[in-house]
Design a protein around this ligand. Structure first.
Ligand code: SF4
Ligand code: SF4
Ligand code: SF4
Length: 399
């Protein structure tokens, strides 16, 4: 007899007591137990008259979707878990949300067959928290864990995909250093935030790998650029209904982009903290709650990386090691280069030796193309002594 059939031998009240005794945590970012999720739904039904139901989904903030593998490997386990909780909750309303881009999976024969068997509505859509009031919302992994627990087969573990590899179950107590090669690591992406390589001895249950993602960054990746990519993915997935999530993600992503392109401002690090912290408290779902953590942890744990980008324009990934300069012996002060510079970073006057502001220049080379005197040089080698103020053509002396 299946776990669900066994449960159905009892009354709903006894079934709920049995589930409560399992003491299961809800997987993902909620930090609640499964019974706390149920209690919240009960309150919404009793006090505000919402229809009771049970829903399972990935966290809205999950842009990687690696935990969907748990459903792919054994979808019936997930359907059974939803149905077990629904029986105990005394409801026939059963919902399964898949990520928006998983329409093919939602329409697959296997999923449609199980939806029919377990009388569960399956949608490839964002979980709308307001529309699901009255529902005990649990993570898809929690639904699978519930079935395991009812069968006496549950062991506390964290699902981890290291650097995009196969999703594996790591038992509590397993350390990050046992899962990933940390040679040359500059940072570790664990779930929605960064850790430092020094944190590699953390056990998986404390590392916050709530979306299954563990990624080791090395000198080949820039922490700011990777943060920007992650924020871009979150922006694409956000439904945009909460101002703080919509605008916060936009601002955070914009600032990281500016920093990687050499236009970062000193106040960006503080602004990132301010906006990131406000988002966590003023939004409706996990997207708003945790998507800023990647930027917050980046500025908090790696201030030196931000300082190098903003003040020194130094990053081997974002900025070329090359310099573009104007040879003071060859420049005739014609001004052609100033006219084409898209960043307005050439200073000069007619008949004066022109100068490039190296902090702003992005080495695009447009000025080099128009200089008929071949006075503009791009080099990764030594730069000769240059004028430090506007000097008339022919008047510059090296010493
Ligand atoms: S926090 Fe608000 S805007 Fe962001 S995804 Fe959730 S509901 Fe949509
Ligand atoms: S660097 Fe070349 S284009 Fe620019 S002012 Fe000098 S001579 Fe003209
Ligand atoms: S390389 Fe591009 S950005 Fe730099 S000074 Fe020349 S035109 Fe301007």
């Amino acid at each position: 007899m299946s776990a669900l059939e066994n449960l159905k031998q009892m009354s709903s009240e006894d079934a709920m007591k049995k589930i409560a005794a399992l003491n299961l945590p809800d997987y993902g970012v909620s930090g609640n137990s499964l019974m706390e999720r149920v209690a919240l739904a009960q309150t919404q039904c009793e006090e505000d008259g919402y229809e009771p139901g049970v829903a399972a989904a990935l966290n809205n903030a999950d842009v990687d979707g690696v935990l969907l593998e748990v459903l792919r490997q054994d979808p019936e386990k997930v359907f059974e878990g939803i149905s077990a909780l629904a029986y105990a909750f005394g409801t026939e309303k059963k919902l399964l949300f898949l990520p928006e881009d998983e329409t093919e999976l939602a329409a697959s024969e296997e999923i449609r067959g199980l939806a029919e068997k377990y009388q569960t509505e399956v949608t490839a859509d964002f979980l709308n928290v307001r529309a699901c009031k009255g529902c005990a919302v649990m993570h898809i992994v929690t639904a699978a864990n519930l079935t395991d627990a009812l069968n006496g087969e549950y062991t506390p573990a964290v699902y981890v995909s290291v650097n995009g590899g196969e999703l594996k179950k790591a038992a509590y107590g397993t350390r990050i250093s046992e899962l990933a090669d940390l040679n040359g690591a500059t940072a570790i992406q664990a779930g929605y935030r960064y850790l430092r390589p020094e944190d590699a001895d953390l056990p998986v249950e404390e590392a916050g790998i709530s979306n299954g993602v563990l990624r080791v960054l090395t000198a080949k990746e820039c922490i700011v650029a990777e943060t920007e990519k992650r924020l871009t993915a979150s922006r694409k997935q956000s439904c945009g209904k909460c101002v703080f999530c919509r605008e916060g993600l936009l601002q955070l992503q914009y600032m990281q982009k500016e920093i990687t392109e050499g236009r970062g401002k000193a106040e960006f690090a503080d602004l990132t903290k301010e906006i990131g912290e406000a988002m966590a408290y003023s939004t409706n779902c996990t997207m708003g709650e945790v998507s800023s953590e990647i930027a917050l942890s980046a500025v908090n744990l790696f201030p030196d990386v931000y300082e190098a980008h903003i003040k020194k324009k130094k990053c081997d990934i974002c900025f070329s090691a090359e310099t573009v300069y104007i040879d003071p012996k060859l420049c005739n002060g014609c001004g052609e280069c100033m006219d084409v510079c898209p960043l307005d970073c050439i200073e000069g006057r007619p008949k004066y030796i022109h100068m490039i502001d190296d902090m702003t220049c992005d080495k695009c080379g447009k000025c080099i193309e128009v200089c008929e005197e071949q006075a503009i040089v791009k080099t990764s080698g030594k730069v000769p002594k240059l004028p430090n103020r506007l000097t008339k053509v022919g008047r510059f002396k090296k010493h």
